[in-house]
Design a protein around this ligand. Structure first.
Ligand code: EPU
Length: 436
């Protein structure tokens, strides 16, 4: 198991290139099950664990793939017999529930393990299954699996918002199923996240008419039953840059810059973060595909809630909390998407941060000096939060279990190292021997 060892206090300067979007890639990868032709996907963050795992799942479902040296991936389905995604794989990554829609559309049935527990809180999938039922699938839960059958899917109007708002993966799952339905599907209460637009763009590239993505009402003209002679073409498709990685490096620059240029990003997808940074006194220069941020000693406290796009993203709640430790007063951060996503909170206290949790909120009394500590990463974005705190904490920080981080950030130690941070990836066991 690897860990990061960080010596805090170094100023970050220079530029960092943003990778392709993890959450933009995952449903697109599963959408390739719909197509019979070869698919070439560029700008895929192939070093991420979640991408590798998705490719393994696709292989188990009859797809062959090749990863090219330029980081692009070639995929082709050569065997459409299997309809099962098993617990071993799905339990490692919730996004694999996204095989449900394409398997139903292309193979008429699907047996996909229910994802199970998750360290960021309860993550049910009833909106996904309700959407499949609305398209005419018979769905039941059997021995921990979602078992769905639909000799024919028929377009329908589906409402996909739940108690916590729209569902991002649920919207994409139903879009993929609708691609193989007869007639038109209208998704109301759809998620508006840019990742949904990435899936819509891919579906258009393989010949499906999709309109309204990026708004709460999405219209999909189904191709009708897929298979045999009725198939969807292959395509070339480029994955957009990762807006959460973009936001994480912007926050790292705010905490520990110097001057950091975030390159190859889409600034408009981070409007809520840019607005917040301006309000709390962090200078950011916005270019066409670059964002330049300057570090600050302290920031104005905030009262902010994480909500569905275009509001402030829950995936940046942890990294933002690291910055708000530099607040000149008390900040309130509320997560309305995942109200229990606060694993990083007690670890931040180990740096000396003064934080407490009240319901879905964290109350941060800023200004306490942070000092390096050994902290444990427990999920992807909590890990990023702890690394950011380590950059500004005085002395040595160890962030253990960074395999969580590697699910969603490519070569973070190298990217931060190029900016001048002192971050080293180490094997936990080797270091223990050194310390003895
Ligand atoms: N929800 C339901 N019922 C459902 C589905 C969701 O009540 O059937 C609830 C969830 O419990 C949550 C809210 O709705 O409270 C939103 O969940 P959503 O379904 O939108 O989340 P997701 O699609 O499973 C994706 C991202 C997450 C990101 C969320 C919210 C991927 C692979 N995952 O998850 O990303 O936090 O949207 O934006 O796209 C991450 O990258 O670290 C990550 C967790």
């Amino acid at each position: 198991m690897d860990k990061f060892v960080i010596h805090g206090g170094r100023k970050l300067n220079g530029s960092v290139k943003i990778s392709g979007s993890k959450n933009g890639s995952l449903p697109v990868l599963f959408s390739t099950l719909l197509s019979d032709g070869p698919v070439h996907l560029s700008n895929i963050p192939t070093e991420l664990r979640d991408i590798r795992l998705s490719l393994e799942i696709l292989q188990s479902l009859g797809a062959e793939y090749q990863i090219h040296p330029d980081g692009s991936v070639m995929l082709e389905v050569t065997d459409s017999a299997s309809t099962t995604a098993d617990y071993e794989q799905v339990s490692k990554m919730r996004a694999s529930i996204c095989c449900l829609g394409p398997l139903l559309a292309r193979r008429g049935e699907a047996r996909v393990s229910l994802p199970g527990g998750c360290s960021i809180g309860d993550r049910p999938v009833e909106l996904h299954t309700r959407g499949m039922e609305a398209l005419g699938a018979e769905v039941r839960i059997e021995s921990g699996y979602v078992v769905a059958k639909a000799p024919r899917l028929r377009g329908n109007t589906v409402y996909l918002s739940g108690p916590m708002g729209p569902t991002v993966l649920g919207t994409q799952n139903v879009m993929m199923a609708a691609a193989g339905a007869e007639g038109v599907t209208v998704i109301e209460g759809a998620a508006c996240e840019p990742e949904v637009q990435a899936t819509a763009g891919f579906l258009r590239a393989i010949g499906i008419v999709v309109e309204g993505d990026g708004t709460p009402v999405i219209r999909i003209e189904g191709h009708g039953r897929l298979g045999g002679d009725s198939c969807l073409a292959g395509c070339d498709y480029e994955i957009p840059p990762d807006r959460i990685e973009t936001g994480t490096y912007l926050l790292a620059g705010a905490i520990a810059g110097g001057e950091v240029v975030v390159e190859g990003c889409r600034p408009s997808e981070n409007s809520a973060l840019l607005d917040l940074l301006e309000r709390i006194g962090v200078p950011v220069e916005v270019g066409e595909s670059t964002l330049t941020v300057r570090g600050v000693e302290s920031v104005t406290p905030v009262d902010i809630a994480m909500l569905p796009y275009p509001a402030f993203p829950t995936d940046l709640q942890g990294p933002l909390m690291a910055l708000m430790c530099l607040g000149r007063g008390v900040s309130l951060i509320t997560d309305k998407v995942f109200p229990d996503r606060f694993n990083h909170l007690s670890e931040l206290r180990r740096f000396g941060a003064r934080i407490r949790k009240e319901g879905p909120s964290a109350i941060i009394e800023g200004g306490a000096p942070l000092s390096g500590a050994t902290v444990m990463a427990s999920d992807l974005r909590a890990s990023a939060c702890l690394v950011l705190a380590g950059l500004v904490a005085e002395g040595r920080t160890e962030v253990t279990r960074i395999y969580h981080l590697e699910r969603g950030y490519e070569r973070m130690e190298q990217k931060l190292g190029q900016l001048g941070a002192d971050v080293e990836k180490m094997d936990e066991k080797i270091d223990e021997r050194e310390m003895a």
